[in-house]
Design a protein around this ligand. Structure first.
Ligand code: BT5
Length: 263
């Protein structure tokens, strides 16, 4: 069953995040649509939602498997008055908010892997893609794309990531209402966003570290063909990943793909 956008919109009335809902059954990518709407002047808090994506995007030209009828694919339009280099902190903020929303329906621990993966039992249940449009003098808009596997069955995942992905249904043994989850997600996003605008990244960092999946683990980080290994040493005051090398020297990684190493 596709979404009932009217019912959803009425539940979100009065909210900052979700103040407007743009629903289409099928889109190429909710992030692409949201970027276009943002460019056309869409208000902060507008949520773009689809039942299915034909070209769901991950980072670095990767794709996000987005079949119909089972998952959440949404993008939130924000217009924060922050310097452009702080926009990546919103990815971490979104991770904390979505982890809280998931935790309301799933008793398993939801961990966050820097920068943008939510994991249950080490498998990816949600990916977040933040895209920013700058204008002279600062940020015009930030689009936070969230792909959450809700009722997808293991057999339906692409073989390429079947062993590394999961859904809420796989973890809890039951189906979940996508509408309730979207509502929860907007509800958890809003206070975190307000805290971030008012008090900066420090409280978000605390919330993020409390859910960090990487604590005590060895990581391999890939950025622009360069590989670095080390032990997770937290995240910096601006959200950069910190890893400690053999000698204990701390390196900052501002962007890249981190893999948690076994053993
Ligand atoms: C991400 O990229 O994890 C960000 C995904 C963001 C998707 C949302 S859906 C709504 C919005 N509109 C969009 O067009 N995008 C956003 P990345 O870290 O690059 O991870 C991508 C990798 O995750 C792929 O290369 C696969 O290995 C794996 N993958 C693809 N689809 C998956 C799925 N449904 N569940 C789990 N893993 C998946």
């Amino acid at each position: 069953m596709p979404f009932d956008a009217k019912v959803l919109q009425s539940r979100l009335t009065g909210k900052r995040i979700g103040c407007r809902l743009h629903y289409e059954e099928t889109v190429d990518s909710t992030n692409r649509v949201a970027m276009e709407l943002a460019q056309g002047g869409a208000p902060e808090g507008m949520v773009v939602l689809a039942d299915r994506q034909t070209a769901g995007r991950g980072r670095l030209q990767r794709s996000w498997q987005s079949p119909p009828g089972c998952n959440l694919y949404l993008s939130v339009i924000l217009r924060p008055a922050i310097p452009p280099h702080d926009a990546s902190q919103i990815t971490l903020l979104a991770g904390v908010a979505v982890a809280e929303a998931i935790s309301a329906v799933c008793t398993e621990r939801v961990g966050i892997k820097w920068p943008n993966d939510l994991l249950i039992g080490g498998r990816k249940v949600c990916g977040i893609l933040t895209e920013t449009r700058t204008a002279t003098g600062g940020i015009d808009s930030v689009v936070v794309g969230i792909g959450l596997n809700v009722n997808m069955e293991r057999a339906d995942f692409d073989p390429a990531h079947r062993e590394t992905a999961t859904s809420l249904r796989e973890e809890t043994g039951r189906d979940h209402s996508r509408e309730d989850l979207l509502f929860l997600l907007c509800e958890r996003f809003e206070p975190w966003y307000e805290i971030f605008l008012r008090d900066g990244f420090a409280p978000v960092r605390e919330g993020w570290l409390a859910r960090a999946e990487m604590t005590g683990k060895r990581l391999r980080v890939l950025f622009c063909d360069e590989v670095r290994e080390g032990v997770f040493a937290g995240i910096d005051r601006d959200g950069a990943l910190l890893i400690a090398d053999e000698q204990g020297a701390i390196r900052r990684i501002i962007a890249g793909d981190a893999t948690i190493m076994k053993g």
